[in-house]
Ligand binder design. Structure first.
Ligand code: SAJ
Length: 422
């Protein structure tokens, strides 16, 4: 396999053409490999076959066209034999459960599908974020059961968790270090060899599969816990009547303190989900992790309460929410705290407008989506939840408006340092 990798004489199949699978497929294709990009969603494959990508990510369309035109990347809804399979499917949690537990159904069905084609000598890599022991004990066992092949004797498995930041995916794919957890030494060597072909400044570090699985979860949990600290401070500061952004800025002057930014809460498919995969397995032990998740989940509720007080519970007030995505400068609404704030206020009977410049839809889950100029004009009370570049460029328009600046960019209420609003 090593020689095949060096000669780019290797067929790679990537299962799942989403935010991770598609950029990964493009990157391997542009590194010279024959890559089959598989997805169960026919619309996604048709869009890709027509030369278009279905996600918003800087520069991705350009590199996609290069990969497609070179003939190295082939979008497909039919799986086939391959030297390497890389599974990049979502791992949400089961939402309606009292305890949040990982929904591994996509990983399981991808493993089932792939196992129809796995042959002796193949390598199956899992990139999806998963609870510890999934790679070998779930994915590996499904393939063993369906093929009668044995891990390490006949085929190999590895976990190489994706670590890229939406908005900077292409850069981070080549420049972030990668952690590879493999089923044995040989699997480790070939997976390392493979990923090194797409890395520029990033290095590969190897370990066992469970440590690699935990490593990914711990990275996102670390960030979630630190944001929870900032969000808790924002609530305490609010009660004290002091400015949390000033407080954090001053505390961060200490050489060993680096507090993150409080905001509308924590959204996205990663930080708001992954820590639960540890809590699920360690109910008694993972107290700090659980509490942090709860603090971040509570923040949008606190903001809704605050807004209601500010508008004196007057349901006739028109409230405009500036930013509906889960973080600045992207179009992704998954687990978005600002969307949650908008929907919650609407449910309570307020008239709520939204402004999400990264989405073209005029209606986002029942919230009317309008331009920045229009929302500023039509709202009596504005809530700035995201530091989208477009908002920062036009922030002058907010000068004489009543703005609740959740992120400490412009407003007097939460930020005494920024631009004076009134
Ligand atoms: N946020 C804050 N305050 C901050 C930083 C972030 O409130 O100081 C909020 C954001 O607004 C957003 C949420 O946290 O709602 C998550 O945003 P993010 O930019 O921290 O991270 P994600 O979810 O977009 O991507 C993370 C990254 N993980 C880490 O930085 C440790 C990325 O590298 C992972 O690949 C990705 O999760 C993933 O797919 O797991």
């Amino acid at each position: 396999m090593k020689e095949k990798i060096q000669n780019r004489d290797l067929k790679i199949t990537i299962v799942g053409m989403g935010y991770i699978g598609l950029p990964t497929a493009i990157t391997f294709a542009n590194a010279g490999f024959k890559v089959y990009g598989f997805d169960v969603n026919e619309n996604v494959i048709n869009t890709l076959k027509n030369g278009k990508i279905h996600i918003v990510e800087p520069d991705l369309q350009e590199v996609y066209e290069k990969a497609l035109n070179s003939g190295n990347l082939i979008p497909t809804n039919k799986l086939d034999k391959s030297d390497v399979f890389i599974i990049c499917v979502p791992t949400p949690f089961k939402k309606n459960e009292k305890e949040k537990i990982a929904d591994l159904s996509y990983v399981e069905s991808a493993s089932e599908m792939v196992s129809k084609y796995v042959e002796k000598g193949n390598l199956v890599i899992l990139e999806s974020t998963v609870p510890p022991k999934t790679t070998e004990e779930i994915m590996g066992k499904i393939i063993e059961k369906n093929t009668n092949l044995k891990i390490n004797a006949d085929f190999y498995v590895a976990h190489c968790p994706e670590r890229v930041l939406p908005g900077k995916i292409l850069y981070e794919l080549e420049n972030n270090d990668r952690i590879i957890g493999a089923s044995n030494k040989y699997a480790e060597e070939i997976t390392k060899e493979l990923y090194e072909t797409i890395l520029k400044n990033g290095k590969v570090y190897t370990t066992d599969t469970i440590t690699a699985e935990m490593c990914k979860l711990v990275e996102n949990t670390y960030r979630d816990i630190n944001i929870a600290f900032a969000n808790e401070l924002s609530i305490i500061s609010d009660k004290l009547g002091i400015n949390v952004f000033e407080l954090i800025e001053l505390a961060n002057k200490h050489p060993r303190v680096n507090i993150l930014k409080p905001g509308a809460g924590v959204g996205g498919h990663c930080l708001a989900v992954d820590p639960w995969f540890i809590v699920e397995k360690f109910q008694k032990e993972a107290n700090l992790i659980r509490t942090s998740r709860e603090i971040n989940d509570y923040k949008p509720h606190y903001i809704v309460e605050k807004i209601e007080k500010e508008v004196e519970y007057n349901k006739n007030k028109i409230i405009g929410i500036l930013g509906l995505a889960y973080k600045p400068n992207i179009d992704d609404l998954r687990e978005s705290p600002s969307l949650e704030i908008a929907l919650s206020l609407k449910k309570k009977g307020y008239t709520v407008y939204g402004c999400e410049p990264y989405l073209k839809e005029k209606n986002i889950k029942g919230i009317e989506n309008m331009s920045f100029e229009e929302i500023v004009e039509r709202s009596e009370y504005l809530v700035l939840t995201l530091a989208h570049n477009q908002f920062l460029e036009k922030s002058d328009l907010l000068k004489y408006k009543n703005v609740f600046d959740v992120i400490g960019i412009i407003n007097e209420k939460y930020n005494k340092i920024g631009v004076e609003v009134k």
